[in-house]
Design a binder for this molecule. Sequence first.
Ligand code: SF4
Length: 97
Amino acid sequence: MRAPFARIEDRLYQNRYLVDAGRPHIRVRPHQSPSANLLALTRICPAKCYQVNENGQVEITVDGCMECGTCRILCEANGDIDWSYPRGGFGVLFKFG
Ligand code: SF4
């Protein structure tokens, strides 16, 4: 019997991502210790692109970014990140299946 609702992870798996090698569209500005907002990104990014590295700094891997803008709203204005859309043809490819 088929479940009535698909899990969110199953739906996200339908998306594809075209990597623009060497040109990430979001960058975390260099920092010694992360701000509270940067740390929050490790929990609220729906694609889990942000992680704390072994030095305690927040870093990003943009592969899988859904361009939702959450991190842009939280951290661009205070200078923690530089945010732009991927170049045309790159980035997330949404599937509806
Ligand atoms: S735009 Fe959304 S999915 Fe992409 S890194 Fe920011 S919070 Fe994550």
